[in-house]
Ligand binder design. Structure first.
Ligand code: FE2
Length: 148
């Protein structure tokens, strides 16, 4: 194979892989890998600022009473939402168990943030795991919620 043909064919294969990765409902390329997170909280990278989720929840709630949990993506810079680059999944975990999920099938319309309404029977640690269609899976610190 001539060098020019090799480069052309390689580019086509790479392009096909790229377009598949942005189709809604496709399997995440990083599935099974641990989520990415802040490596150095004192010096976050731009990618970390845009992808590490921030969970906002009250520190104290009443047992069995609904309250809102907001997940901001990212924790320092709002993640973009364009037709080619967006947050396609936000999962909410309570005490390590996934309890709810937001799926955004299209970019450019859906906000990179998510809001959940939940209730608790006892104290809990709440965490979010999010997925960017281009930059993979991310998580951040959990938030403790006390219940009275
Ligand atoms: Fe991204």
């Amino acid at each position: 194979m001539k060098r020019r043909e090799f480069i052309k064919n390689t580019a086509i294969i790479g392009g096909a892989a790229m377009s598949l990765s942005v189709l809604p409902g496709t399997v995440h390329a990083d599935k099974g890998q641990p989520p990415q997170t802040l490596k150095d909280p004192e010096n976050p990278s731009t990618l970390e600022k845009k992808h590490v989720p921030l969970v906002e929840a009250p520190t104290q709630v009443k047992k069995d009473q609904w309250f809102d949990v907001r997940v901001k993506v990212g924790f320092m810079i709002p993640h973009p939402s364009t037709p080619g680059h967006w947050i396609d999944e936000i999962k909410l975990l309570v005490n390590g168990k996934e309890v709810s999920e937001i799926d955004n099938d299209m970019g450019g319309i859906s906000s990179p943030d998510g809001c959940f309404r939940i209730k608790l029977q006892g104290p809990a640690e709440i965490r979010a795991i999010i997925h960017c269609n281009l930059h993979g899976t991310w998580t951040g610190d959990s938030v403790k919620v006390n219940v009275s």
